[in-house]
Design a protein around this ligand. Sequence first.
Ligand code: PSU
Ligand code: MN
Length: 315
Amino acid sequence: MTPPLTYSDEVAAARAEGRPVVALESTIVTHGMPWPDNVETARRVEAAVRAGGAVPATVAVLEGRLHIGLSPEALEGLAQRTDVAKLSRADLAACLATGGTGATTVAATMIAARLGGIDVFATGGIGGVHRAAEVSFDVSADLQELAQTPVTVVAAGAKAILDLAKTWEVLETLGVPVIAVGQDVLPAFWSRRSPHPAPLRMDDPGQIAAAHLMRAALGLPGGQLVANPIPPGDEIPAATLAPAIERALAEAERQGIAAKDVTPFLLQRIYDLTEGASLTANIALVLNNARLGARIACEIANRRGPAAATASQTL
Ligand code: PSU
Ligand code: MN
């Protein structure tokens, strides 16, 4: 049985010709940003990938088919809906098998990217180890996915709604390369710098591409996390957002929010409590990641050469 995949025309053409493609997730659209900023951002992110010389492949499940690349109408339709499921590794097959519709998280988008032979995926922030995970055991499936699915994920780190120290520890345990771009400390989503030293540092997309290909040559499963700092003019000091984060976390606890509702609840409350300031920074860093993702995808395609079209399809 083959999976029910549908490629957009531009993604199908790029795959056939071995041209660079950057995967994009849809949970950030349906559960990560409010309408209409969500669809406007998604369009701008796709445009940033194209401007960088790659083809965008926004991933979602629509009526039982896994779409790799969405039409503008499909993207807008998804962004407007409020009843869309959030699909991670655990939910993807069930949603496809039952003809459902859902948005893909980082984990599920990585699975789709691998199926489509797409090496690079750009987003805002990954899921991670939640605060008090020693009590709740709430650790995002995104971390396991990075350990097993060979996709390079460009993000601005993880949000301070999480326990960042534990998140980096788990990635180290799982053997996931975490590469800070252009600095020796990890970025912290809304802030360029954090107190956490970067396990790896690279200053050039060509090095990141070479490391991606070297992992494949070594037969290592799993991907790389590229931690790309938010542009200097767009950052928000951690202290400014801390009260909103604390309040959102307290509300989540009081209301008994659990499992896959935790991250969307916290993101929504932080947007509300900061009256949109967090969203402006979020949009800037996603665009920045899309630009870097396109550069890495181009470097990988150049290194693979013209014979890569079929090779990447059989990945
Ligand atoms: N972090 C963000 N924005 C997001 C998400 C995380 O800053 O939109 C989304 C991503 O889709 C990520 C998912 O994969 O939340 C993680 O959810 P969970 O913690 O339930 O695994
Ligand atoms: Mn969780």
